[in-house]
Design a protein around this ligand. Sequence first.
Ligand code: BES
Ligand code: MN
Ligand code: ZN
Length: 522
Amino acid sequence: MTIQFSTKTLAETDFKSPKALGAVAALQTDCLVIAYRGAVGGGVGENLMKLDRLTGGAIARATELGDLENKLGATLILRSEPVWLANGLRARRLLLVALGEDGDLTAFAKAARACAKALSGSGIKNATLVLQSFFPSSKTGLTASMLHERVRLISQLVGEQVYRFGARQPEMKTKPKEKADNLAELTFLVNTKQATLVKVAVREGDALVNGMNLAKDLGNLPPNVCNPSYLANSAKQLSKSTKLKVQVLEEKQIESLGMGAFLAVTKGSETPPKFIVIRHDGGKANDEPIVLVGKGITFDTGGISLKPGEAMDEMKYDMCGAASVMGTMYSVALLNLKRNVIGVIPTCENMPSGKASRPGDIVKSMSGQTIEILNTDAEGRLILCDALTYVERFKPKAVIDIATLTGACVIALGSVHSGLFSNNESLSNALITAGQASLDTVWRLPLDAAYQEQLKSNFADMANIGGRPAGSVTAACFLARFTEKYNWAHLDIAGTAWKGGAAKGSTGRPVPLLLNYLLALH
Ligand code: BES
Ligand code: MN
Ligand code: ZN
């Protein structure tokens, strides 16, 4: 149940040419998608006027009735009438999408999102989108890279909207209320001039949606299903359907590596931990890899420092960093990216039990540094620090860790931006730019040495918590002590990886950001 994207090329798609109008009208589709600007006053815009004739004036009537607004993000669906067919218009529906005034990427996204909403959850199974109508002559001019970015974004937003957990995991509800059927196919109709570029962008959008869907599935699955073994098996599954190489280290090997911090977290759980390494060898053998490290706590009770009961179920999402690494690796493999990328996932549960770590325990990390565990609920940094030491062996060009690390980040940034911390300016800037292009944004927070003071311990090299002030910063400062040997960025996705409330569910973030970052590298 994944939406299929494709392109269809016509010599011309501008309705100014009667031939182009005729060819577009002749397309058989559940829904022809046309964006417009300037349906003003009592009349309709020039672009729509031509189409209006084929509908026997349906668009003009809708405009007169005030149903067709000239307001960014407004949409209207018209259903076929006999006169349409008589005039050679074979689409079963027309979806009109208002672009509003010439705007930036955010404005464009608003229109694209509205379009996606209108297309999903209705009876529409396949749709054909007249791409040129989404790019009417703009004052600022449309560069090739803007077109590329926006086509990818349309796919991303449509894919996002069409995702239904219930349809992908039908066994979870015995009487599914959700409509399982949804938009299954979106065709981008392009002219010969745009075709090459658009095909590349659509292929990227398709890979992105597949990666996001995987990340969402893993996030949404219940913690009694999606445990460390499940994550490891999903990774192995990926290595069967793609060229990804997967290695899973078991508890014994984790012990031999000396990952005392990671082991301290898994100790209280009956479910064995896994350390997953996923390799995409797309570049030259000696090209330095980009390494992605994802926090894979499949359930975070807090351990002996037990969390309060309210909304504790949401701690199944504490493996969303891991899920985003899996999703991104899948996208990278689908695109056969010409670059070496390695995904690393330390995964376990954080449970209270007679075998669990206690507040006050001191453990030795793989790096040799000792840690006083003052709060067993600050477990993410404990599993990550050992993974961050492990990845030194790859001589990475850059390491990015992704983690639902702190509640404090939710307080600081809400669900708009993910928190970004980095010891490298150009890596940091590249991530900021990639986030903006994919509407999966980050906001940089500090890592000053002054904050390190808060991690002082009387009994070990460091404590695992730094008190309430600047909780996200001290968590990042903790990780920074393990990443001095390479370029590193940390993404705190506690506020962005899932939504709570009625629309509870995984968002698939930051797969768009990560894939965009990798695609933009040169
Ligand atoms: N997984 C949580 C962070 C979290 C909390 C993410 C709420 C999303 C929503 C993490 O393991 C944790 O418990 N962090 C503690 C750290 C504290 C003990 C220093 C927190 O944020 O309260
Ligand atoms: Mn925790
Ligand atoms: Zn956690």
